[in-house]
Ligand binder design. Structure first.
Ligand SMILES: [Zn+2]
Length: 161
Protein backbone atom coordinates (compact mmCIF):
# COMPACT_ATOMS: atom_id res chain seq x y z
CA UNK A 1 0.00 0.00 0.00
CA UNK A 2 1.17 3.44 -0.84
CA UNK A 3 -0.36 6.68 0.33
CA UNK A 4 -0.29 9.78 -1.82
CA UNK A 5 -1.68 13.26 -1.41
CA UNK A 6 -3.42 15.40 -3.98
CA UNK A 7 -2.91 19.07 -3.28
CA UNK A 8 -5.22 21.86 -4.39
CA UNK A 9 -3.92 25.40 -4.41
CA UNK A 10 -6.52 27.98 -3.47
CA UNK A 11 -5.95 31.74 -3.49
CA UNK A 12 -8.05 33.56 -0.92
CA UNK A 13 -9.02 37.23 -0.87
CA UNK A 14 -10.92 39.21 1.76
CA UNK A 15 -12.67 41.55 -0.64
CA UNK A 16 -13.41 42.12 -4.29
CA UNK A 17 -11.10 45.16 -4.35
CA UNK A 18 -8.12 42.81 -4.04
CA UNK A 19 -8.93 41.21 -7.40
CA UNK A 20 -7.66 42.40 -10.78
CA UNK A 21 -9.93 44.76 -12.70
CA UNK A 22 -10.76 41.97 -15.12
CA UNK A 23 -11.77 39.58 -12.32
CA UNK A 24 -13.81 42.28 -10.57
CA UNK A 25 -15.71 42.86 -13.78
CA UNK A 26 -16.44 39.15 -14.09
CA UNK A 27 -17.65 38.87 -10.49
CA UNK A 28 -19.92 41.88 -10.91
CA UNK A 29 -21.32 40.38 -14.08
CA UNK A 30 -22.05 37.12 -12.20
CA UNK A 31 -23.75 39.09 -9.41
CA UNK A 32 -25.88 40.89 -11.97
CA UNK A 33 -26.82 37.53 -13.55
CA UNK A 34 -27.92 36.17 -10.17
CA UNK A 35 -30.64 38.84 -10.03
CA UNK A 36 -32.22 37.36 -13.16
CA UNK A 37 -32.18 33.71 -12.05
CA UNK A 38 -35.39 31.69 -12.01
CA UNK A 39 -35.34 29.95 -8.64
CA UNK A 40 -38.88 29.98 -7.21
CA UNK A 41 -38.33 26.64 -5.43
CA UNK A 42 -34.91 26.87 -3.80
CA UNK A 43 -34.96 30.70 -3.61
CA UNK A 44 -31.20 30.34 -4.05
CA UNK A 45 -30.30 32.63 -6.93
CA UNK A 46 -27.01 31.68 -8.56
CA UNK A 47 -25.21 33.78 -11.14
CA UNK A 48 -22.26 32.79 -13.28
CA UNK A 49 -20.19 34.78 -15.75
CA UNK A 50 -17.68 33.44 -18.23
CA UNK A 51 -14.84 35.31 -19.78
CA UNK A 52 -14.16 34.06 -23.30
CA UNK A 53 -10.95 34.25 -25.29
CA UNK A 54 -12.49 36.86 -27.59
CA UNK A 55 -13.26 39.19 -24.70
CA UNK A 56 -16.97 38.37 -24.57
CA UNK A 57 -18.60 37.87 -21.19
CA UNK A 58 -21.38 35.29 -21.09
CA UNK A 59 -23.82 35.26 -18.19
CA UNK A 60 -25.85 32.36 -16.85
CA UNK A 61 -28.13 31.79 -13.89
CA UNK A 62 -29.99 28.85 -12.44
CA UNK A 63 -33.23 27.93 -14.19
CA UNK A 64 -35.44 25.79 -12.00
CA UNK A 65 -38.46 23.72 -12.89
CA UNK A 66 -41.39 22.25 -10.96
CA UNK A 67 -40.09 18.88 -12.23
CA UNK A 68 -36.85 19.46 -10.34
CA UNK A 69 -34.32 17.52 -12.46
CA UNK A 70 -35.43 19.46 -15.55
CA UNK A 71 -33.81 22.63 -14.23
CA UNK A 72 -30.17 23.56 -14.73
CA UNK A 73 -27.38 25.25 -12.75
CA UNK A 74 -26.12 28.73 -13.60
CA UNK A 75 -22.68 27.45 -14.57
CA UNK A 76 -23.99 24.99 -17.14
CA UNK A 77 -26.50 27.47 -18.54
CA UNK A 78 -23.55 29.81 -19.19
CA UNK A 79 -21.14 27.15 -20.49
CA UNK A 80 -23.61 25.52 -22.85
CA UNK A 81 -24.70 28.89 -24.19
CA UNK A 82 -21.07 29.91 -24.75
CA UNK A 83 -20.27 26.62 -26.49
CA UNK A 84 -23.39 26.95 -28.63
CA UNK A 85 -22.69 30.53 -29.68
CA UNK A 86 -18.88 30.47 -29.87
CA UNK A 87 -17.81 26.86 -30.46
CA UNK A 88 -14.28 27.90 -31.48
CA UNK A 89 -13.57 30.31 -28.63
CA UNK A 90 -12.02 29.04 -25.38
CA UNK A 91 -13.41 29.87 -21.96
CA UNK A 92 -10.75 31.59 -19.87
CA UNK A 93 -12.49 32.14 -16.54
CA UNK A 94 -15.74 31.71 -14.65
CA UNK A 95 -17.06 33.65 -11.68
CA UNK A 96 -19.82 32.18 -9.52
CA UNK A 97 -22.06 34.03 -7.07
CA UNK A 98 -25.24 33.23 -5.17
CA UNK A 99 -27.81 35.18 -3.21
CA UNK A 100 -30.69 34.25 -0.93
CA UNK A 101 -32.89 36.19 1.48
CA UNK A 102 -31.93 39.40 -0.25
CA UNK A 103 -28.16 39.24 0.06
CA UNK A 104 -25.19 37.52 -1.47
CA UNK A 105 -23.72 34.52 0.32
CA UNK A 106 -20.97 35.29 2.80
CA UNK A 107 -19.02 32.16 1.87
CA UNK A 108 -17.58 31.45 -1.58
CA UNK A 109 -19.98 29.42 -3.72
CA UNK A 110 -18.41 26.35 -5.35
CA UNK A 111 -19.87 24.60 -8.43
CA UNK A 112 -21.66 21.27 -7.96
CA UNK A 113 -20.08 18.03 -9.16
CA UNK A 114 -21.97 17.95 -12.45
CA UNK A 115 -20.90 21.48 -13.31
CA UNK A 116 -17.31 20.65 -12.46
CA UNK A 117 -17.47 17.75 -14.91
CA UNK A 118 -18.82 20.02 -17.65
CA UNK A 119 -16.22 22.69 -16.90
CA UNK A 120 -13.53 20.01 -17.07
CA UNK A 121 -14.76 18.94 -20.52
CA UNK A 122 -14.65 22.56 -21.67
CA UNK A 123 -11.12 22.98 -20.33
CA UNK A 124 -10.02 19.84 -22.19
CA UNK A 125 -11.90 20.82 -25.33
CA UNK A 126 -9.98 24.08 -25.74
CA UNK A 127 -6.76 22.90 -24.08
CA UNK A 128 -6.75 26.00 -21.90
CA UNK A 129 -7.11 26.30 -18.15
CA UNK A 130 -10.32 27.89 -16.85
CA UNK A 131 -9.74 30.09 -13.84
CA UNK A 132 -12.51 29.70 -11.27
CA UNK A 133 -13.54 32.62 -9.06
CA UNK A 134 -15.79 31.61 -6.17
CA UNK A 135 -17.40 34.70 -4.74
CA UNK A 136 -18.56 35.27 -1.18
CA UNK A 137 -19.15 38.59 0.56
CA UNK A 138 -16.56 37.78 3.24
CA UNK A 139 -14.13 35.71 1.19
CA UNK A 140 -13.27 35.04 -2.42
CA UNK A 141 -11.48 31.93 -3.53
CA UNK A 142 -9.68 31.47 -6.83
CA UNK A 143 -8.26 28.29 -8.31
CA UNK A 144 -6.23 28.31 -11.50
CA UNK A 145 -8.04 25.51 -13.32
CA UNK A 146 -10.88 23.03 -13.00
CA UNK A 147 -8.62 20.07 -12.25
CA UNK A 148 -7.76 21.84 -8.98
CA UNK A 149 -11.41 21.34 -8.02
CA UNK A 150 -11.62 17.80 -9.30
CA UNK A 151 -8.99 15.32 -8.18
CA UNK A 152 -9.16 11.83 -9.73
CA UNK A 153 -11.33 13.19 -12.51
CA UNK A 154 -12.85 11.19 -15.34
CA UNK A 155 -12.16 12.44 -18.85
CA UNK A 156 -12.26 11.31 -22.47
CA UNK A 157 -8.84 9.61 -22.32
CA UNK A 158 -10.39 6.92 -20.13
CA UNK A 159 -12.82 6.02 -22.90
CA UNK A 160 -9.86 4.80 -24.96
CA UNK A 161 -8.21 2.68 -22.30
ZN1 LIG B 1 -24.09 22.80 -10.87
Amino acid sequence: MKQTQIITTVYEYDSIEELSQEDQLLVNSAKEAAHRSYAPYSKFNVGAALQLGNGEIIQGNNQENSAYPSGLCAERVAIFYANAQYPDIPVKAIAITARSNGSFSESPIPPCGSCRQVLLETEDRYKQPIKVILYGENRIRIVENIKQLMPLYFDKDMLDE
